[in-house]
Design a protein around this ligand. Structure first.
Ligand code: TXA
Ligand code: MG
Length: 326
């Protein structure tokens, strides 16, 4: 596997039905030609991803997106005008050109125009839709650098385009516009308030399932997802107030008398966008430290933290589960 900023060879590989990892503003994607069942099958193999979990089709602009949906509501136009290119995925009834493997047999497709110059160059050079999940092994921590992709996928990806660290750091918001009620299936880089400012009230798909094994409307909504290898636990700090100089903690606990002897304490940024940008990379670093457990303090239960709290929740179990084991 090589790394390169050579977009033309990447587009050529996609045309040959091979896999190309590429940067987006959210996380790195593992791309394949969304019109080729054979190419898309390679994504599922490389990730070890269940065939039931649909992929997002990435396109260069709104006109390309319209080619791959059979309906295009006014709301999609308004959202695309404001948020594309950007971290918003819009789910609409799919056009036949998108192969069934992309949508896991569903009749809808998630469409997104990513906001990264290399991704856009690649999509223009390729000229078609690129199916791409995050470029990690299924259920592992998402990659925000080219090195993370190499660590995750090794030689199972033919080329990694290196566009530096991702700016947003967590995945796109997935918004379903295929039914009468617009519904956020996954919180992400665009907030509910931002969406509602453009199209009015939306509903939000239920919070993490209590039963961690039950699949939901959007398979990214499995309760445990994005998880490190080290057992990881979350806790609320209800009295915490965000005052100047106050940080949000992400803590890794060493082996030994864990409760008394903290191994590493990483202070995390108190601005949600900055926290999000660094979250997966820090989690990966701590995961590699060979600690017994990772404890993560949840940021405040406020609108600007919804997406970060979602990712923390899916990467961890409640702290009570850890006490039960000591
Ligand atoms: O920011 C992102 O969205 C990144 C970059 C690479 O674009 N991609 C990403 O892909 O996070 P992935 O496969 O890790 O997550 C895609 C999410 C999953 O939760 C999936 O279930 C949902 O989008 N999804 C995709 N197509 C869908 C559809 N037709 N209906 C419902 N949910 C869908
Ligand atoms: Mg993913």
């Amino acid at each position: 596997m090589t790394s390169s900023t050579d977009v033309r060879s990447a587009a050529e590989l996609l045309r040959e039905g091979r896999l190309v990892a590429f940067p987006t503003e959210t996380v790195y994607g593992l791309g394949a030609d969304a019109t080729s069942a054979l190419a898309v099958a390679k994504i599922f193999t490389a990730k070890g991803r269940p065939a039931t979990n649909p992929l997002i089709a990435h396109v260069a602009d709104v006109n390309a997106a319209k080619r791959y949906a059979t309906t295009w509501p006014a709301a999609a136009d308004r959202l695309a005008a404001v948020f594309w290119p950007g971290p918003l995925t819009i789910v609409l009834p799919k056009a036949p050109a998108i192969v069934d493997a992309v949508t896991a047999g569903r009749d809808t497709v998630g469409l997104r125009v990513p906001n990264h110059p290399l991704a856009l160059e690649l999509l223009r050079a390729f000229g078609g839709p690129v199916a791409a999940p995050s470029a990690n092994r299924s259920n592992h921590v998402s990659p925000t650098t080219a090195a993370h992709v190499r660590d995750e996928l090794g030689d199972s990806v033919d080329l990694v385009l290196d566009g530096g660290p991702c700016e947003v750091g967590i995945e796109s918001t997935v918004l379903d516009l295929s039914t009468d009620t617009p519904t956020i299936l996954r919180p992400g880089g665009v907030s509910r308030a931002q969406i509602e400012a453009v199209i009015g009230r939306v509903s939000v798909f239920g919070h993490p399932s209590v039963d961690e094994n039950v699949a939901a409307a959007s398979p990214g909504q499995l309760a445990v997802h994005y998880a490190p290898s080290t057992p990881a636990y979350r806790f609320e700090t209800p009295l915490r107030k965000l005052v100047p100089g106050d940080n949000i903690g992400l803590m890794a606990v060493g082996t030994g008398d864990a409760l008394k002897k903290w191994g590493e304490i990483v202070a995390m940024p108190k601005i949600s966008a900055v926290y999000a940008r660094h979250f997966y990379a820090v989690l990966r670093e701590i995961d590699a430290m060979n600690v017994a457990a990772i404890f993560i303090e949840l940021p405040p239960d406020l609108p600007e933290w919804v997406a970060v709290r979602d990712r923390i929740t899916r990467a961890t179990r409640l702290l009570g589960a850890w006490y039960a084991n000591v």
